[in-house]
Design a protein around this ligand. Sequence first.
Ligand code: HEC
Length: 113
Amino acid sequence: MNRMKQGVLTTVCMLALTAFATGSFADTKKGQKIDGKKEFEEHCAVCHKDGGNIVNPAKTLSKKDREASGVKNAKDITATMRKPGPGMTAFDKKTISDKEAKAIADYILKTFK
Ligand code: HEC
């Protein structure tokens, strides 16, 4: 193999590595748009499939049920994640950052009416 070819190969390899590294850290990258739907499906959908509630069917994510529990806006939804009622997993900032929590809350507010 000549020097030229070797140089090209090295460049290709480095580019591939860079792409890989950026891809795997996309979740925490600064300024990156967080996908509320994806986060919801990852952390919440096990119990709140389609905005329902498999543990306590009286407490779905519909506007009516939420507001009956005093969960009215994005701040209230985040507060619920940090300090949930009986039967729900608590999510600390390490598991779901404030930014991710806000994205999930916005997704819930616009999706489950
Ligand atoms: C292990 C099951 C489980 C998981 C996972 C879970 N929840 Fe819940 N969730 C519950 C239960 C049970 C309640 C009712 C708690 C109560 O009685 O106050 C609830 C209540 C809520 C409520 C209030 C709804 C109402 O009608 O009062 C919100 C909002 C909510 N969850 C959001 C979330 C979000 C956002 C996530 C993901 C970050 C999540 N939950 C993950 C089980 C779960």
